[in-house]
Design a protein around this ligand. Structure first.
Ligand SMILES: NC(=O)c1ccc[n+]([C@@H]2O[C@H](COP(=O)([O-])OP(=O)(O)OC[C@H]3O[C@@H](n4cnc5c(N)ncnc54)[C@H](OP(=O)(O)O)[C@@H]3O)[C@@H](O)[C@H]2O)c1
Length: 249
């Protein structure tokens, strides 16, 4: 597909992150016009320059009121259309204790975390819906295997991610009538990501031993993401796809 004025447009929210930057790179390589969203204009500008395709950026903090509306409106104004929205924003847990043993978590932080994960994605989907309905577009949320597979120390994160799965599957059935496809991709551990650095090498090595295919990098996740938005996936919707190297199945 040649990048041109007719090329479809992808908005990658959280485009400066480990996964988002790789999704943007893969989409640009496949001929998409790309808009990346993040909080840091300098980082975004550098990323856009590297993409080597028609690309632009939108600065926005998802914690701000009306962020979804503002970000989507600014993105739509860049190339006059949006054909795919990928949510790679990762907002937490940043405060309090939301992972770890449930008895040690801090209940006063649950609501903020739900709001900036599950409810943020719902607000983004709502703002993007009319744009995606124009030509039959695709919405892909990034969640986590914790929403699909039970594990200790993931009760709060797993619950928020499971809420996103319920949203994606229900919306997919409804939005198909408007030609919109909706999916979620669930990584587990992503090599060379910021999260991997936070988890530490010991935990990553333990996970790597369990993943028969080897843990993925963001570059292993991006092609699936872009495929779901393309014509080869025209009849696929409502799927929650793990890319985890065989860690969970
Ligand atoms: N990496 C993993 O091991 C892993 C495992 C399971 C699931 N996941 C999920 O996969 C998705 C992508 O993860 P990742 O590794 O790419 O995350 P990441 O590298 O931490 O990137 C997070 C992105 O979210 C943006 N962001 C954070 N807070 C924001 C805010 N308040 N407003 C606007 N943007 C904000 C960051 O922007 P800045 O550059 O401005 O900070 C960055 O672009 C996330 O949903 C994550 O939970 C990742």
């Amino acid at each position: 597909m040649a990048a041109s004025e007719l090329a479809p447009v992808m908005l990658v929210a959280g485009g400066t992150g480990s996964v988002g930057a790789e999704v943007a790179r893969e989409a640009a390589a496949q001929g998409w016009r790309v808009i990346v969203q993040g909080r840091d204009a300098a980082k975004l500008s550098e990323l856009v320059a590297r993409l080597g395709a028609p690309a632009d950026f939108v600065v926005g903090d998802v914690a701000q009121p009306d962020a979804a509306q503002t970000i989507v409106a600014a993105a739509a104004a860049k190339f006059g259309r949006i054909d795919a929205v990928i949510d790679c924003v990762s907002t937490g847990p940043r405060e309090g204790r939301l992972t770890g043993l449930f008895k040690d978590t801090t209940p006063e932080h649950y609501a903020a975390f739900y709001d900036l994960s599950a409810a943020w994605f719902q607000r983004l989907a709502h703002a993007a819906y009319p744009h995606l309905a124009e030509r039959g577009g695709t919405l892909v949320g990034f969640i986590s295997d914790a929403g699909k597979f039970a594990a200790p120390r993931q009760t709060i994160v797993g619950a928020a991610r499971a809420a996103e799965i319920g949203f994606v599957r229900n919306l997919a059935v409804e939005a198909a009538r408007d030609g919109i496809r909706v999916h979620a991709i669930a990584p587990s551990y992503v090599l060379e990501s910021r999260t991997a650095a936070l988890m530490g090498s010991e935990r990553m090595e333990t996970a790597a031993k369990r993943a028969g295919l080897g843990l993925p990098t963001a570059a292993d996740i991006a092609p699936m993401t872009v495929f779901l938005c393309g014509p080869g996936a025209a009849k696929i919707t409502g799927q929650i796809i793990s890319v985890n190297g065989g860690l969970n199945a």
